[in-house]
Design a protein around this ligand. Sequence first.
Ligand SMILES: Cc1cc2nc3c(=O)[nH]c(=O)nc-3n(C[C@H](O)[C@H](O)[C@H](O)COP(=O)(O)OP(=O)(O)OC[C@H]3O[C@@H](n4cnc5c(N)ncnc54)[C@H](O)[C@@H]3O)c2cc1C
Length: 408
Amino acid sequence: MAECIVLGAGMVGVGAALALQQRGNSVVLADRRAPGEETSYGNAGIIQVEAVEPYAFPRSPGEIVSAALGLNDQVRWRAGSIHRWALPLTQYFIHSSPENHRRISAVYSRMIRRAGSDHAPLIEAAGAQAIVRRDGFRQVHRTQRSFEEAARDAERIAREYGVGTDIESADQLAASEPNLRRRLAGAVRWTEAWSCSDPGGLVAAYAKLFSARGGSVMRADAYSLVRAGKGWRIDGPEGVVEAENAIVALGPWSGEFLRRFGYRVPLFFKRGYHRHYQGKGPDLPMIDADKGAVVSPMKAGLRLLTGAELTWLESSPSMHQARHVRRAVGELFELGDPVEARPWYGNRPCMPGMLPVVGRAPRHQGLWLNFGHGHQGFTLGPTTGEMLARAMEGDGPLPAELQLMHVA
Ligand SMILES: Cc1cc2nc3c(=O)[nH]c(=O)nc-3n(C[C@H](O)[C@H](O)[C@H](O)COP(=O)(O)OP(=O)(O)OC[C@H]3O[C@@H](n4cnc5c(N)ncnc54)[C@H](O)[C@@H]3O)c2cc1C
């Protein structure tokens, strides 16, 4: 009998499986697909050790109205979805008050700031150095006003949290990114962040490391999980596995899955789209802050990514933001032809309190939770995996804020 079954082989599940294994547990990692093929595949690939403050709900009336009226391409609502989000968004709004956001950022920043040192030994052991760069990324600004505001904010972040930044003038930016077709006001370079040119490949490399260290990866549907004595059993085409503990790391699918155990989880989704292009882009990943677009150089091509679309998990894709991003980034770089026929999309699994859910399921012995990593799950997978593994051994408490209060 294994000690742990981890359900879900995205960055979060693989991170947890490796951390549990490191502590001497025998672990089975179960997914209906191969590791790293869902949300952890399609992101911008940035290991965001600078993202010390999670994205707050906009508080200014202007921003709220423009998002509500669909005038804002960075955050959009899908008509028909608002009734689903009324409760989580109200909670999100409350948690985003300046005082609550400061308290949450104190917890978040401690996790984010250790993420690089949690990834580093795994990158090394997995032999994945060639797909990870440690040169940061750029947040560029088109107008002088937004650049000056961003520079002030970056200086505050640097002062309060010790995060490394470089403020680059228009000339410095043009010299560093010679493929830029147009002059911009300037950039904040977040110097400590890392970027990965194949995010799904990094998760797959971590899963391979887990197997090489004696772990098993199995294909199975999480919905086959049932009680077996005091533990759990899961059933897949390759056989049946029993374990003392089951860990739910199903990313955006975690809330729906937990309903069958009687839990209500206020997960909501910020969908993002990406598409690769064949042209010449930036040297480092670039956030076009004024347009809410991201462009990341990847093995597969230039990956253009959108902001957030508030929608539900199964809704059909809308091309609005992908078109907007194509137009915006096309003003900056010669994009060439798209690589794929259609954009990819995936759903950032977000909790109203902006912190992931990490810990024991309140009413089921041996059931553990690890999901809701929102905008930074690619960064935080190894970190929350280690925190969960430690908590499962009773080796120190988890920060109380890690959200279990929202799982009812
Ligand atoms: C456009 C975009 C850009 C982003 N950029 C960044 C970034 O630059 N940096 C960053 O840190 N984060 C980024 N993120 C966020 C990050 O990608 C997510 O937070 C993270 O991937 C979540 O990981 P996960 O393992 O929880 O979920 P997933 O990667 O989705 O893994 C969940 C797994 O569960 C499996 N599963 C689901 N249902 C079942 C079932 N019934 N049975 C078996 N298996 C099942 C799935 O197959 C999947 O493998 C971005 C997200 C998006 C959408």
